[in-house]
Design a protein around this ligand. Structure first.
Ligand code: ATP
Ligand code: MG
Length: 575
């Protein structure tokens, strides 16, 4: 492609909302174009890289036995009502009506649609296992679209679904996909880590997220250097501190004026925060959006609540619970903002972190303004309607597997695999007949990759202050031939010759034949991040051109043939 003919518009200034390098660079290179909040289009360079990622995914999915299909993005509400997710998916589900008032949604994911296909098409065990996938545009009306392609409202996803006769079959399908994902992300040039994950709105039992390591990532992962434990912090189990053997003392109400926070009350009473109980107050909502009961959560004062663990313990979706309005909850349950404790609360669900069961003589709110109670003990003074691990695993806490201090890292979730089991086949009656003509539920798995988010993650991991540094595998073009002076016939001739020779060998080449200063051309080449640059300048008179890799500092003067051969070789090995 000749750059002079190409539709390209690089930007000097990017909008202030672009905060992270991938967002800035994808806009500056003109690869993506914003249409509305969280909604982007792709210009020629951007689209070429998207297609490269898609091709890698296709090759590895096909090699793992997947069959590509393509379903509509728009989905009838009935299927979502059948699975129970018309409610569970919440406000992220982009709902639309047709002219007759019928409900549809723009698909955020396709479990219902694929389950529907299979229940219609599969009747016998002989047709299983099966793996179907598609690469398609998805819609999620995200609360906070941001970071460009990272969290957008319209994005491209590869979603695959496996259908097996039993859980053993699912284990195999899951393992195959896990391995395919490792190959895909490696080929895309990402440094990543598979970690155990929560199953969220998708449901099911086991799950792994593939996290591209990056400081700007929105996923926080906990991992252990001593053993192989690695999980998202939402998922990571916490070890309860050992039960205390102190003797239980009698409860004692104390005056603690103005001490609304754990820090304040611990300081006022000269007490370790570990001896206090923290209260968090919530209200639940039902399917119609009406209030559906109060929830008081208690954990040790030095701990943080893990919202994912809480909604899992309650068995409700995350959007069906919010912080309670203090005055209303106080009137209904007897709690007092800043002074709430578990003793004497009424008319609300009491959820207690498992660690508190073993802690003795704790200090909690007295449900009375400016007062706390000392020596509160689980079992004797209060009980939980639900007791579960509700804690957030912090850096330095003991590893739930081996006890060593855990570390935290940030990353970008580029893919996730789930063992769904029979969640959807049960809800939607997807069955097959086994060897004995008995009906059995189909056992499912699902596997997503954020294609456009992967593109952003690659840029996030491969850039410097001058621009993108594409890995060859996903670069929009492999080689850029920079023609220094378009008025020098010899330079033009050699540049054209190199361009033709590389193109004939299957290399994707850009010829920068624009009538621009050399400095501008070098800047743009660096910004665009094309892996190999061959510069045709004054030295052609000695039969030499300059060869440079975007990722290296060094330049080399090579003969034309040497430069061409070197470029072909690197592209072929790294493609
Ligand atoms: P997140 O936790 O980041 O919201 P998710 O767990 O809801 O993502 P999945 O349902 O697992 O996402 O979707 C599969 C893949 O689609 C994700 O691993 C991610 O790469 C991509 N993805 C999800 N939401 C978005 C989004 N808003 N913009 C771009 N890609 C997304
Ligand atoms: Mg996910």
């Amino acid at each position: 492609m000749r750059l002079s003919k190409m539709h390209i518009k690089t930007l000097r200034e990017v909008p202030a909302e672009a905060e992270i390098p991938s967002h800035v660079l994808l806009l500056r290179t003109g690869m993506i174009r914003k249409l509305a909040s969280g909604i982007y289009g792709f210009m020629p360079f951007g689209w070429r890289s998207v297609r490269k990622i898609e091709d890698i995914i296709r090759q590895e999915m096909d090699a793992a036995g997947g069959q590509e299909i393509h379903m509509s993005a728009i989905q009838p509400a009935e299927l979502w009502q059948e699975s129970g997710r018309w409610f569970a998916y919440g406000p992220e589900l982009w709902r639309v009506k047709d002219r007759n008032g019928r409900d549809f949604c723009l698909g955020p994911t396709h479990e219902e649609i694929f389950t529907d296909i299979i229940r219609n098409d599969v009747s016998s065990y002989r047709q299983l296992p099966m793996n179907l996938y598609q690469i398609q545009t998805k819609y999620r009306d995200e609360a906070r679209p941001r970071f460009g392609l990272m969290r957008s409202r319209e994005f491209i996803m590869k979603d695959a679904y496996s259908f097996d006769r039993d859980f053993e079959g699912l284990d195999k399908s899951y393992q195959d996909m896990y391995e395919a994902y490792e190959k895909i992300f490696t080929r895309c040039g990402l440094t990543f880590r598979p970690v155990e994950a929560d199953t969220g709105a998708i449901g099911g039992s086991n799950s792994h997220e593939f996290t591209a390591l990056s400081e700007v990532g929105e996923s926080e992962i906990a991992y252990c250097e001593k053993c192989s434990m690695a999980a998202t912090v939402e998922r990571a189990e916490c070890v309860d501190d050992a039960a205390e053997s102190e003797e239980m003392l009698s409860m004692e109400e104390v005056y603690t004026p103005g001490t609304k926070t754990i820090d304040e009350v611990a300081a006022y009473l000269h007490m370790d925060k570990k001896k206090t109980i923290k209260a968090l107050l919530f209200v639940k909502y039902d399917e119609e959006g009406k209030e559906n009961g109060y929830v008081a959560v208690f954990i040790r004062g030095d701990r943080e609540l893990n919202m994912t663990k809480l909604v899992n313990a309650l068995g409700i979706p995350e959007h069906a619970i919010q912080f309670a309005e203090e005055a209303a909850m106080s009137a209904a349950t007897g709690c007092v903002g800043g002074f709430t404790g578990p003793v004497g609360l009424h008319d609300c669900l009491i959820v207690v972190d498992s660690e508190l069961e073993g802690q003795k003589n704790m200090c909690a709110g007295a449900n009375k303004p400016d007062h706390h109670v000392k020596n509160v003990n689980y079992g004797r003074d209060y009980k939980g309607d639900i007791v579960a691990d509700l804690k957030l695993l912090k850096e330095g806490d003991p590893c739930p597997v081996c006890g060593a201090a855990v570390k935290h890292a940030r990353g970008i979730e580029v893919g996730q695999v789930f063992k769904l089991g029979t969640k959807y086949s049960q809800a939607m009656n997807a069955i097959y007949k086994d060897e004995n003509q008995k009906d059995q539920l189909i056992v499912m798995g699902c596997y997503g990759i954020g294609v456009t988010r992967t593109l952003a993650a690659v840029v996030e991991q491969h850039h410097d202050e001058n621009g993108i540094i594409w890995p060859v595998s996903v670069a929009p073009y492999h080689v850029i031939v920079t023609l220094v002076n378009t008025k020098e016939a010899e330079q033009v001739r050699i540049a054209e010759e190199i361009y033709k020779s590389l193109t004939d060998q299957g290399i994707e080449v850009l010829l920068d034949d624009r009538d621009e200063r050399a400095g501008v051309k070098f800047k743009d080449a660096d910004l665009l991040g094309i892996p190999v640059r061959i510069t045709v300048g004054k030295k052609v008179s000695e039969g030499l051109v300059e060869y440079k890799l975007r990722r290296d500092k060094d330049k080399m003067d090579l003969t034309i043939q040497e430069a061409v051969n070197k470029a072909v070789q690197i592209v072929r090995t790294e493609k």
